[in-house]
Write a new protein. Structure first.
Length: 118
């Protein structure tokens, strides 16, 4: 995953733990795609101060992830769901003649798809 995607994902999970100012800087930089100079002008501070705030916020988000691991757990869960989904499809193809089994597999698949929407 690239650094911009990682920062956005970490912000989605842990952004509320940052100070209000750091939240605003992260949102303007990552979501609004403003430059450091534009953000500096918005807040009436130097470009270097914006850069420091942004780097500090990103460091904090990474530290939260190291301690809590929520993003890592989500990624592992998504990989497991995809693998189970693939296995279910393969079983449904293999036992297509057994409608009761295929129906059961489809029911399991619908439960898994419900998990993906959470």
């Amino acid at each position: 995953m690239d650094s911009i995607t990682e920062a956005s994902l970490l912000y989605d999970f842990y952004g509320q733990l940052l100070t209000k100012r750091k939240q605003e800087v992260m949102e303007l930089y990552h979501e609004e795609n403003l430059s450091l100079a534009e953000i500096a002008e918005e807040f009436g501070i130097s470009r270097a101060a914006v850069h420091d705030s942004l780097k500090s916020a990103e460091k904090s988000l990474k530290e939260y992830e190291e301690k809590l691991g929520l993003v890592s757990k989500l990624m592992q869960s998504n990989e497991a769901i995809a693998k189970i989904d693939s296995m279910l499809l393969e079983l449904a193809r293999k036992y297509n003649g057994n409608q009761e089994l295929v129906d059961g597999l489809e029911e399991i698949k619908s439960v898994i798809n419900g998990l993906e929407r959470l």
